[in-house]
Design a protein around this ligand. Structure first.
Ligand SMILES: O=C(O)CCC(=O)C(=O)O
Length: 163
């Protein structure tokens, strides 16, 4: 699926686990992921692996379909879009079953509500890119990134570490 969406060569950028506990799980205001780790060609995309069933009550993902076509948008404090112009309910709710994986580009506007239920919502989110898509800023760099998950890294031999 990743090579159909990104191309023959797919590289892991990073992963993280999100846990929204019952009744106190916080919201993610609408945003693009671009400002956190901007790249030149915008091949970066998330695969959000659901460990629990997610629905509107326990704060499932909301996305604005097609919003990635607008390109990078101005984010307040570089983190979130203006919440009056982009309320979470503007997005399409994406309920998912445990085991489902939702894919979305890092320019797709997305967010999620608080968890109002008595059920935990957990997901593990992986960000992948084409290895030839270069970061435009030296940020969100960490030792875990670089694993190839399919294809090859054509510039592997050119890699020079910081030290
Ligand atoms: O899965 C969610 O609730 C949204 C997560 C999110 O917006 C993010 O990790 O950037």
């Amino acid at each position: 699926m990743l090579s159909r969406l990104i191309g023959p060569n797919v590289q892991l950028h990073h992963s993280k686990m999100l846990v929204k506990p019952p009744e106190i799980g916080a919201a993610f205001p609408m945003h693009q992921d671009y400002p956190y780790f901007p790249h030149e060609k915008h091949t970066m995309m998330a695969g959000s692996v659901h460990l629990d069933d997610a629905d509107e009550e326990n704060g499932c993902l909301h996305v604005i379909p097609g919003s990635h076509k607008q390109g990078p948008l101005h984010h307040v404090g570089r983190h979130y879009l203006d919440h009056v112009r982009y309320p979470i309910d503007m997005g399409l709710a994406c309920p998912a079953k445990a085991g489902d994986v939702l894919f979305f580009n890092y320019l797709t506007i997305h967010g999620s509500h608080v968890n109002r239920s008595k059920r935990t919502r957990r997901n593990v989110l992986f960000q992948y890119r084409d290895p030839l898509d270069m970061p435009v800023e030296d940020k969100h760099v960490n030792w875990g990134q670089g694993l190839m998950v399919c294809g090859e890294n054509p510039i592997f031999r050119l890699y020079k570490g910081a030290h």
